[in-house]
Design a protein around this ligand. Structure first.
Ligand code: HEC
Length: 196
């Protein structure tokens, strides 16, 4: 009898321990997001806490995770960083100006996956990858760096303004297709600190 009790107590303890682990697992599942990010190809939900550490507590990332709105669009300090991040991680396949190379062009209004016209969709493609050579980039870019990269990709756009759904009305009014040769001073003011 005593033995049986101990077994039951043991099982009960195990149950508690499991519940404890489940409860603990919650916070490590990362920032709660107002919107759900899904893999561009499979539709599987992405866990934005996975991957390269850091870059999750900036005001821009917090806003983006809640609303999908990218505060870095048109911010010169972020464009300066985004240009360099894009050059390191993306341009080898997508071309220096995102004109397309091994990977498709990202500077026109044709998208294999129309979800990429929203910054949340573009983020999901960068974070979780797409088909073939388009692997996930969450191990080499933080969410904050992805938002900077997205701002740069949007800046490279040369297509019709009516299809630039990532721009608000004010930004649409000021839109001019990207022209080569623009440079940003390293100390340009804005939300993004120079990259280390
Ligand atoms: C090793 C080569 C390679 C690298 C590096 C790469 N891509 Fe890609 N990318 C591809 C290929 C190939 C595709 C087409 C995959 C598909 O259709 O599913 C693609 C597709 C995409 C698409 C979908 C475009 C559409 O028309 O819907 C986006 C967006 C994209 N890449 C962004 C990026 C960004 C941003 C980076 C850098 C962080 C990057 N890629 C790095 C090869 C690459």
């Amino acid at each position: 009898m005593r033995h049986t009790n101990r077994v039951i107590a043991g099982l009960f303890g195990l149950g508690l321990a499991t519940a404890g682990v489940a409860a603990l697992a919650q916070p490590s599942a990362g920032p709660s997001t107002g919107i759900t990010f899904r893999n561009t190809v499979t539709g599987e939900q992405l866990d934005v806490s996975q991957g390269k550490e850091g870059g999750r507590d900036t005001p821009a990332v917090k806003e983006f995770f809640q609303t999908g709105k990218n505060l870095y669009i048109d911010d010169k300090s972020c464009l300066r960083n985004g240009e360099s991040l894009f050059a390191t991680s993306c341009s080898g396949c997508h071309g220096h100006l995102a004109e397309g190379k091994l990977g498709p062009g990202l500077n026109d209004n044709y998208w294999t996956y129309p979800s990429n016209t929203e910054d949340a969709g573009l983020f999901a493609t960068i974070f979780g990858g797409a088909n073939g050579m388009m692997g996930p980039h969450n191990e080499n870019l933080t969410p904050d760096e992805m938002l900077q990269t997205i701002a740069w990709i949007r800046h490279l756009y040369t297509g019709p303004v009516k299809d630039a759904v990532w721009l608000n009305d004010e930004q649409k009014k000021n839109y001019t297709p990207y022209k080569q040769g623009e440079t940003f001073p390293t100390d340009v003011k804005g939300q993004c600190k120079p990259l280390e």
